[in-house]
Design a binder for this molecule. Structure first.
Ligand SMILES: C[S@@+](CC[C@H](N)C(=O)[O-])C[C@H]1O[C@@H](n2cnc3c(N)ncnc32)[C@H](O)[C@@H]1O
Length: 202
């Protein structure tokens, strides 16, 4: 299991400026590309299904996909990020906790894990008996829902490096998604080529 104390502390420190940092025209264009790609595949479902947002941060996905409170639960290890999310989206449900707790909740139609949450999970650790942390994390997401959407950085992004960020290339992501899903698709973004958008369906 990944120790998330440092991750939570890192995000607690930046929670109050997190949204501002991404309020740039470049970020908004990248957001648009992701939103369009996810909606092209899951648009109908996003309007009607139950969504679990793992590593929800300040609630980016609620805005991006216009998810109604009754169909949304967000989980994040950072109490600071969750408290910003609660300020912005008072009617939505949030819990402070790690992605492991996702598997304890009722299974959802769609699990979102957006903008680098999985980059806080190392790929492998040769000193541990259970070496593939990334595989375990994807399998936890897979157990939490019928479909999983994850946006993962394939090359280091400076903003997150100080918080223990790890890049995962398509080979690692492919191995993890292939083990968990009947069907999966992984593609780099055009406007943000360091990022890969991953879809997995049972
Ligand atoms: C880069 S932010 C992305 C936030 C949000 N998904 C978004 O799209 O804006 C990563 C978030 O993942 C959370 N996080 C990192 N590791 C986590 C874990 N194992 N379980 C739950 N949340 C985690 C962090 O606290 C942080 O809020």
């Amino acid at each position: 299991m990944v120790d998330t104390k440092d991750i939570a502390a890192g995000y607690d420190r930046v929670a109050y400026i997190y949204d501002e940092h991404f309020a740039t025209p470049q970020s908004q264009a990248q957001d648009r590309e992701v939103i369009d790609a996810v909606c092209a595949r899951f648009g109908a479902m996003l309007r009607t299904c139950d969504v679990l947002d793992v590593g929800c941060g300040t609630g980016w996905a609620i805005d991006a996909f216009d998810i109604a409170p009754a169909r949304y639960v967000g989980v994040d290890v950072s109490a600071g990020m969750v408290s910003r999310a609660r300020l912005k989206f008072g009617a939505h449900s949030f819990a402070v906790g790690s992605l492991e707790i996702a598997t304890l909740l009722a299974k959802r139609d769609l699990v979102l894990c957006m903008w680098g949450v999985l980059n806080h999970v190392p790929d492998e650790d040769e000193h541990e008996p259970e070496p593939y942390y990334l595989d375990n994390a994807v399998s936890q997401l897979a157990r939490a829902g019928r479909h999983v959407v994850a946006l993962v950085a394939c090359e280091p992004e400076s903003f997150l490096v100080s918080m223990g960020f790890e890049a995962h290339d398509e080979a690692c992501l492919g191995r993890a998604f292939n083990a968990c899903f009947a069907e999966y698709h992984i593609a780099r973004l055009r406007l943000a080529p360091r990022w890969a958008l991953c879809f997995g369906s049972h």
